[in-house]
Ligand binder design. Sequence first.
Ligand SMILES: NC(=O)c1ccc[n+]([C@@H]2O[C@H](COP(=O)([O-])OP(=O)(O)OC[C@H]3O[C@@H](n4cnc5c(N)ncnc54)[C@H](OP(=O)(O)O)[C@@H]3O)[C@@H](O)[C@H]2O)c1
Length: 333
Amino acid sequence: MSMPETFRALFLEEGGERPVPKIGEVPRSVLPEGDVLIRVSHSTINYKDAMMVKGVGYRIKDFPFVPGIDLAGTVEESDSPAFRPGDQVVLNGYGAGEQFAGGYAAFARAKAEWLVPVPDGWTARDTMAVGTAGMTAMLSILELEKGGIAPDAGTILVTGASGGLGSMAIAMLAALGYRVEASTGRLEEEAYLTSLGAAGVIPRAELEGGAERPLMARRWAGCIDAVGGTTLSTVISSLDERGVIASCGLAGGNTFTASLIPFFLRGVRLIGIEGGHGPIAERRTAWNRIPQALSRERLERITTDAVLGDLPALADEVLAGRVRGRVAIDVTA
Ligand SMILES: NC(=O)c1ccc[n+]([C@@H]2O[C@H](COP(=O)([O-])OP(=O)(O)OC[C@H]3O[C@@H](n4cnc5c(N)ncnc54)[C@H](OP(=O)(O)O)[C@@H]3O)[C@@H](O)[C@H]2O)c1
């Protein structure tokens, strides 16, 4: 076996009130069962990862624990005919970094049925610049398409626009020919959002007051909503006939109240997007579409690069809503 007895990781150690992140060696016994061993080169930081790194919102039973819900790298060993040593693969979720050791380590083990090949012409780092957030943005776009919302249907609203999911959604929607409006609490990011393809920028405060009436002026044909809460209530009442909302995030709240009138009088459709554990066929479709919808220039504009040791400080920034776009983490550095 080419895996050493121990390898480098950012792991959580049992602490007083909360687990504590450390960088050091972990034993190979931290890895779960699985038929593919991956030499990890890159991971990323999602909101869930930030919570895990800071020991917030998770109960961890076995220490040391390796967070990181996304990872990419090279197959080292495979008992599955689907992958061979040397193949470049991506893993998004399925419990990695939450229920078992994830991407913040030099090695990971996973089931072959969870893995997606790195798209042709892309690197492992590029896929982590996309990460679960970008894949979820594409899953949302696929739902708009399934709902019949083509680029000529009207404007699409993206909420939580400066975040990872929002930035990816704007860039890909615009490249696919949609007119996009971006809602943000960071108006200083207007030039960034416009550079990704947003045709208009809406202050967060304009939407977060909730719906004033069950039916408000029709503003959007569809929405990719990373915010939820009262913002989602406003959006439901402001969609055009047969509008589709892909509900994928809860940055502004995990509950909402809404009138049913927009659903019955306008045929509004609210679709939940599951980026964490969804069917692999859906994810392969999303990963096939992403390179067509995301130019290298836009990917680079969205992405910042960082290393394992940056994660604790980055986690604070993510939880404070101060990180713009996406961060790719070089796990080898
Ligand atoms: N469904 C899934 O499977 C799935 C997958 C990935 C992510 N998610 C969820 O989607 C959301 C966005 O993920 P992300 O990776 O893009 O996170 P992120 O990079 O942290 O971005 C979240 C964005 O939401 C906005 N925001 C933050 N706090 C807010 C508040 N109190 N009220 C309103 N807006 C607020 C901010 O955008 P502005 O500064 O532009 O306002 C922030 O940049 C998270 O809730 C995440 O858990 C779900």
